[in-house]
Write a protein that binds this ligand. Structure first.
Ligand code: PDD
Length: 266
């Protein structure tokens, strides 16, 4: 009734959950923030998610789970002592095709009118859905959000820009979801000595960027090639995925394959 719940979306490749410990840690942090006791420990979550993966037909899946506060009379103050309700489902995970990547996505820049606890992965996504629909009204696939002149994130993804070969993304704060894919991309940039900075990104920098990428568990790392109807980038790369994106994307695919082959992974 109150959108009083936390969720996670976990990508599964070849029937193995990607970055599961990180997703479970973020779930725990979000539950703690809104005072819901985590109904399961990591081993229990892992086994539950494993069963869902097993019972579904796809090799690659997107596991959605949510924990709602539980059953109680309608009352605004968080009721205490409830048993949380757990819901888990899976869908087929279809990551962007080569054709979609070559084309890239289109985005518009909108004022981020959401609340000030975007670090909590709450199911109360009305603001995000509203913003995404405003983007769709303009024929765009994503809404990139700015607050007080600075980039926060997008309606369902985090945002990176590239300027003069340097990748820049905003630092984690209460104004954005701490993306698991965001962390993976930063790790990849570090591991491959690709120039990058984690610092506030102004709206002007966003609009003047050579490249714009979005990251999420379903889109992985994906290029935005049109921003507010104008091609992203300059010269021969304008309106096309850029060279820095191509490197990061290739490293991401290698990283994914390597991690998923390691026996230590759940
Ligand atoms: N969305 N920011 C927002 C607002 C998001 O909803 C998401 C993910 C992200 C990226 O987080 P991650 O890399 O951990 O997926 C950033 C999920 C996929 C969804 O709601 O479907």
């Amino acid at each position: 009734m109150f959108g009083d719940a936390i969720y996670e979306v976990i990508p599964v490749y070849s029937r193995r959950a990607f970055r599961l410990p990180e997703h479970l840690a973020r779930l725990e942090a979000s539950l703690q923030a809104i005072r819901i006791d985590n109904p399961h420990d990591s081993a229990q979550w892992s086994s539950l998610i494993g069963k869902i993966i097993e019972r579904n037909p796809w090799e690659d899946q997107s596991v959605y789970l949510q924990v709602t506060r539980g059953v109680a009379p309608r009352e605004h103050q968080f009721p205490e002592g409830l048993t949380p309700t757990v819901f888990v489902m899976a869908n087929s995970l279809v990551t962007p095709s080569k054709a979609q990547i070559d084309r890239g996505g289109s985005a518009i820049v909108l004022a981020d009118f959401r609340w000030l606890h975007c670090e909590v992965k709450s199911v109360s996504l009305l603001g995000n859905c509203w913003l995404r629909t405003l983007a769709a009204d303009r024929g765009c696939t994503e809404a990139i959000l700015v607050r007080d002149g600075f980039l926060t994130e997008a309606s369902s993804s985090n945002v990176f820009i590239v300027k003069d070969g340097v990748v820049v993304t905003p630092p984690k704060s209460n104004l954005m979801l701490p993306g698991i894919t965001y962390d993976v991309v930063l790790e990849i940039l570090r591991a491959n000595a690709m120039a990058h900075e984690v610092r506030p990104v102004s709206e002007a920098e966003l609009r003047a960027a050579d490249e714009v990428w979005i990251t999420s568990s379903s889109k992985e790392v994906f290029p935005i090639t049109t921003l507010d109807t104008r091609p992203v980038g300059h010269g021969e790369n304008a309106g096309k995925p850029g060279p820095v994106f191509a490197r990061a994307y290739a490293h991401y695919q290698v990283f994914k394959a390597t991690v998923m082959r390691s026996p230590a992974h759940v």
